[in-house]
Write a protein that binds this ligand. Structure first.
Ligand code: ATP
Ligand code: MG
Length: 239
């Protein structure tokens, strides 16, 4: 099987010294891949670089035969990549429905009504809140709106930066269950997560970054069992 996303030798930053250096990893079609690592390791920068929001010094980002390192953000959505940023990811003054609709602007789906219905099927809680401003929702519901909006363009690959940040353990489980449901619909997911142990339980592949470089990669199971990774990032003994 050939990778949907293949990152090689990626070095990028924000105009000064590089923040990520020589990063390499693959994401296979229909998998959930998770990027882990300490605060400031460059996890968000990797996602932002794939989404053409940083300055690339070298490397390639092959997505389905196109090098995203040469693309502008506006072109990415048309190619089938959507993103949910780490914070401020809904328009608080717009209703839930308007927030979802914005997801169709850059790359309208073939059948907008059917896609809208599919998204509400994944997030039934949002159905009763469609006319409510997104700013009035709970953190977990807002995250669902942000993920729902990213799905409205029928992406092949969804980039998610800390989808469970600030959520209760119960909501975290709901979001992770939703990601598994989303994967079943054929969407490939690349996400950054702080809740490393739980994320590795649902992930097909994990990639640990330290100081802007690859530290370890493996299946969720392999990384959960890896002594080095466990000691440094998972808080000690295996459970
Ligand atoms: N817009 C920016 N301009 C300049 N430097 C930035 C910018 N965004 C991030 N950085 C720097 O890049 C480094 C990596 O940041 P990044 O946000 O990628 O880390 P992270 O692994 O996502 O951390 P966290 O777990 O805290 O979200 C940090 O030193 C940060 O200060
Ligand atoms: Mg981050």
């Amino acid at each position: 099987m050939s990778a949907l996303l293949s990152v090689r030798g990626l070095t990028a930053g924000y105009g000064g010294p590089p923040i990520i250096e020589d990063i390499a990893f693959d994401v296979q079609p229909h998998e959930i891949a998770v990027i882990l690592g300490p605060n400031g390791a460059g996890k968000s920068t990797v996602l932002k670089t794939i989404f053409a929001l940083t300055s690339i010094a070298s490397g390639t980002i092959d997505f389905d035969g196109t090098d995203l390192a040469r693309c502008k953000t506006s072109a990415l959505v048309t190619l089938g990549v959507s993103a949910v940023p780490q914070s401020s990811n809904v328009f608080p003054n717009l209703t839930v429905d308007e927030n979802l609709d914005i997801g169709t602007y850059a790359a309208p789906p073939a059948d907008k009504v059917a896609t809208h219905e599919k998204v509400l099927h994944l997030f039934p809680d949002l159905r009763a809140k469609l006319k409510q401003p997104a700013g009035e929702l709970s953190g977990g519901q807002r995250q669902m709106v942000a993920i729902g909006r990213a799905l409205m363009c029928e992406p092949k690959l969804m980039l998610l930066d800390e989808p469970t940040a600030g959520l209760s353990p119960a909501y975290l489980e709901r979001i992770f269950d939703l990601l598994l449901d989303i994967r079943k619909t054929g969407v490939t997911i690349l996400m950054v997560e702080q809740n490393a142990r739980q994320a590795l339980q649902i992930a097909d592949q994990g990639h640990v970054l330290v100081n802007g470089r690859n530290f370890a990669s493996g299946t969720g199971k392999e990384l959960l069992a890896d002594e080095n990774v466990r000691r440094s990032f998972l808080g000690g003994a295996a459970t």
